[in-house]
Design a protein around this ligand. Sequence first.
Ligand code: CUA
Length: 332
Amino acid sequence: MVWSSLSLAQSPEFSQGNDAPDMFNPAGPNAESIQEIFWVVIGICAVILGLVGTTLIWFIAKYRERPGDNSEPPQIYGSRAIELAWTLAPLLTVTLLAVLVIATVIKLRADPPSTAAHRVRVVGHQWWWELNYPDHGFTTANELVIPVSEPDLAKPIYLQLESADVCHSFWVPRLAGKTDCIPGRTNSMWIQAGEPATYFGRCAEYCGTQHAKMLIRVDCVSQADFDKWVENQKADAVSDDSVAAGRDRFMEMACMNCHAIRGTRAAGEFGPDLTHLMSRKTICSGLALNDRENLTRWISKPDDLKKGCRMPDMRLTEPDVKLIVDYLLSLK
Ligand code: CUA
């Protein structure tokens, strides 16, 4: 795990919009419990490693073969004390670890300590995240926006995790552990963050060629900013006549079969909802910053940014790409 986050941190693409997730800096109660049990288990294992390692080295030195000594070492059979010692010691250790881990799992499974909860339905797709806020009636993608918890008022987010195709796993290490998104099944978890920040995550279950580029952003903002964001997301798409030509091209091409833009004819569900595309900081599931240059690259040749992605190369002419990008940039 450490290795994979180190190697991702070195990949230049991620500096564009998505930093490496940090496993050692918990920012929510679930991640804190996981961090605690992690260090307890590492501590117990380190003590065992230390005892076994020093004993081993000590014995190797003390009882090594010496020149001229060909005598047989003392042979011990059926020593009750030794048999009991090497049966009970591992048994007690494993039992202790199991009790500690099970207690943590029970704690993580318990409901969050607040009624001020929001719900989000998360659907894993190859290779992006559909995020549906059922209480507010809108859908967005890849960037989960949540309100910050206050010291006297926890604001947990219940996540209902599903998959549209293969198994994925939702993982934002600073907030909580991994939970799988499994086809035909609904899993659940909750997250909560105590400080406004952006928390980065990953799909943590191999799900095909672009598994490594299925990133998650959780933007934790103040309640006021969250309310403002929700109001904007609930509204239909901006209808700006100065980009009517691009909108027409979008509707004539196959774009509208896969993407929804509320307030227009486009109602596809196969790809991300684009109603408020420009409210998102990144495109391609956290792969690139959401700006004119990357949108142009993405629409002209999706495979260049994300090889094997499900968005087809529509072989658009350069003027068409420009018109469509102009239109997308209007979707605030
Ligand atoms: Cu989705 Cu790996």
